[in-house]
Design a protein around this ligand. Sequence first.
Ligand SMILES: O=C(O)CCC(=O)C(=O)O
Length: 325
Amino acid sequence: MPEFQISRESLEARDAVSDCDSIAQRIESYRHLYPKNNPKLIVASESADAAPVECCIPEVTLEELSADCLRSALAEHGALIVRNMFSQEEADTLVGAIDHVLDACGKSRVERANLSGTYHNPPANMLSIMPNKGMELGSLRMFNNASGAAMCVEAPSVAETLLQLYEEHGVQKLVGDYLGEPACLSVKKWVLRRSKLPVDKAGWHQDGAFMGTDINSINMWIPLTECGGETGAPGMDVVPERLHEVASSDGATFDWSVSDEYIDSSAFKSQPVAPVFGPGDTMFFDHLYLHRTQSRDDFTKVRYAVETWFFGASTFPKDQIPMAW
Ligand SMILES: O=C(O)CCC(=O)C(=O)O
């Protein structure tokens, strides 16, 4: 049983000022750090002449999870699902926290003035760390707000709690071993999500299309409520195979996205799938995995999730705003 338990009470009892300082320092410590040139990449840009593998998403239990199993699943299939990595209680506490954070982020500055710091207390250096300062931070916040999301660091007490929870579950060691060096996180791509319905259909993408591909990455995506498949709540649509490069954006809505036509073409070995997830499951994947928020017209249920992108301490995309762990 993990020693670190999260609950609404423990979250709200935290020192919001000290958590804010701590997140500010994590951000600050990367201000003048730049990634290595020509890094050794985990995913080569060309596939080795390996034996063909079945297109599927491998699944393991928490007991079976190791850096080796993560490495071979990502090398062969692009992703790994770990069932019940976090408990129902942990998932429920995080759902409550996400409601508070997203509600706070949706309020005006005046309305936010009376809120406690637990759920909204963004560090001041979030502004100066963005290459395009207020314009960039403002449009990021607008984009997130419109899609039912917020950067985790908007609520440093939630962010610090998650880091403790991850450490307690062995994630820091796991991703460090996978990446071959200590991990850093992304200010921009560490995101709390509460889906808005209907889900935009145009969302097929690989994060490498905007992060770049000269990086080592791993995303831990944690659905906090049941979703996917026929559950009525949007899970994730994925192309379940190892890709080695960014797919064409021809005909797509954005220069970083992929059109439905391209997905339906014969460009890939596999057809998209939409796995069913339970609260506290996780899916690990990297910047070349092709996915979108599952999209169907008949969804009726909201889905909560936490998305956390980790990068190698020297193999990060600078514009995703790395921060120390
Ligand atoms: O939660 C979602 O539906 C989208 C998550 C995503 O695109 C990601 O984790 O990269």
